[in-house]
Structures are given as structure tokens and as C-alpha cells.
Design a protein around this ligand. Structure first.
Ligand SMILES: [Fe+2]
Ligand SMILES: [Fe+2]
Length: 248
């Protein structure tokens, strides 16, 4: 049994770090009135890019975590992969129904950089991959929450009614347990691990975890998400301002 010398564990430390990023982004998206409809639609197209790449991240992460000394993490990531497979197509079709055509998107470099950073992270040592995936699955809950609000706002402003049904369903479906379970099922491998113990030997289905590597992987993922969201928010603020000048 572990001693109670530490009050914090790896999962809690990652959550603490993630919460700061999430709270900050949420605060800036609280009042959607400040953003133009076009800017909000653009934001959805950028979020779709993550959805598009997500299955590749999960497949790579599953493969990499096959190097752990138990296959429980790999199994969980494979389950996520299977569940996410097809979601990007569903998202794209739902956006099309409200006249957002992904094919018309121009590359936003910050999104490219972000996706490349996550791509590199899921190509690291297994404990780092686990930490990074736990952090991104936690943030996925926040993303579906804000995009549900954004979707409803755009649907209302454009009087889209039933045309927006699939898009609302897409986010609600993710929030009705899908993302929570992705987070929790990865969290079981990190909960209770003392951050000051460099290596926690395997126990039951949980593999041997290098705690610092898990923390570093998560921190890098959170840093990448922070930079991406800062850029996204700056962009929609600037675009909305321009729009309101044009309309004045
Ligand atoms: Fe999904
Ligand atoms: Fe997920």
C-alpha cells in the first residue's frame, strides 16, 4: 500500500494544470454576443480539424502504448479509436447541413502546428503518451461543451431550426458519457500515483508508469492546447471586430 506522504497524485496534478487552461478559455467564450456569426462558424471548422486527425492520434497512441508491460492502456485506446472512427464524417455532414462547407476552409497555421505537436506527443514513450491522451480527453469534454453552446448560438442567429439538429446531437452525444468515459478509463492508470515516486511498478492491469514522463506528456499537451486556443480566440476576436466595423 502506498503511504500517505503525498497529498497529490499524477491524475490530480494533470487535472489541476488542465483546469487552468479550461477555465481561461471558457471565460473568454462565456459571452458569445461579442463574436460574429462568421467567426463562430470559422471556429467550428478549426475544431473539426482535430476531429479529423483524432483517430490517427488514437491509433498511434494505441500502438505506442503497446510497449507498456500490460496491454490495458493499449486496449482502452483501441476502444476509443473504434468509437471515434466515423465521427469526423458525422461532424462534417452535420456542419454541411448548416451550410458550413469544410472544403472551403483555408489553412490556419496555428491549427496545423497544434495538430503536429499532438502528433509528435503520441509518438513518444508510453507513459508520456498516456499522460498526453489523458489531458486531451479531459479537454475534449470542455470542447464539446463550448461547441454545443456555439452551435446553438449560430443555429439561433441564422434561424436554422431543424437543420442544426445533427450538429447539436453530435456534441450532446459526446457529452452524454463518451468523453467522460474516455477520460475516466485512462484516468484509472494515473489516479493515486504519487508524483514524487519516479517509477510506480505495475499492479493488476495497470502497467509500470514513469510518473515524470506522464506529467511531462500531459503538460506538453496542455501547453499545445493553450497556445492553440489563445490563437483561436485572438483570431475570432479580431475577425468579429472587423465585421462590426464593416457593418457600422
Ligand atoms: Fe468523437
Ligand atoms: Fe475522446
Amino acid at each position: 500500500m502506498q503511504t500517505e506522504a503525498t497529498t497529490t497524485d499524477v491524475a490530480k496534478a494533470i487535472d489541476h494544470c488542465n483546469q487552468k487552461f479550461i477555465d481561461n478559455a471558457k471565460k473568454q467564450l462565456k459571452d458569445l454576443d461579442q463574436f460574429s456569426t462568421e467567426a463562430l462558424e470559422w471556429l467550428m471548422m478549426e475544431h473539426y480539424q482535430f476531429s479529423l486527425r483524432n483517430t490517427k492520434f488514437l491509433a498511434d497512441a494505441a500502438e505506442l502504448t503497446g510497449a507498456f508491460d500490460t496491454d490495458a492502456v493499449k486496449q482502452e485506446l483501441t476502444r476509443n479509436y473504434k468509437e471515434e472512427n466515423g465521427h469526423a464524417a458525422m461532424y462534417k455532414a452535420a456542419l454541411k447541413k448548416i451550410d458550413i462547407n469544410i472544403e472551403t476552409r483555408n489553412e490556419f497555421l496555428s491549427t496545423t502546428h497544434f495538430l503536429d505537436s499532438i502528433g509528435e506527443l503520441v509518438d513518444g514513450v508510453p507513459s508520456a503518451v498516456l499522460g498526453a491522451m489523458f489531458a486531451t480527453e479531459t479537454a475534449a469534454i470542455f470542447e464539446h461543451e463550448v461547441f454545443l453552446d456555439i452551435s446553438n448560438e449560430v443555429i439561433k442567429r441564422r434561424n436554422l431550426g431543424d437543420k442544426g439538429k445533427d450538429l447539436v446531437y453530435f456534441h450532446e452525444m459526446h457529452l452524454s458519457g463518451v468523453e467522460q468515459s474516455h477520460r475516466e478509463e485512462l484516468g484509472i492508470f494515473l489516479h493515486g500515483l504519487p508524483i514524487d515516486q519516479p517509477i510506480v511498478e505495475k499492479q493488476g492491469i495497470r502497467p509500470t508508469i514513469h510518473t515524470q514522463q506522464a506529467l511531462t506528456g500531459a503538460e506538453k499537451a496542455i501547453d499545445a492546447m493553450t497556445v492553440w486556443w489563445d490563437d483561436l480566440l485572438a483570431e475570432i476576436k479580431a475577425a468579429s471586430k472587423k465585421q462590426s466595423y464593416a457593418m457600422a
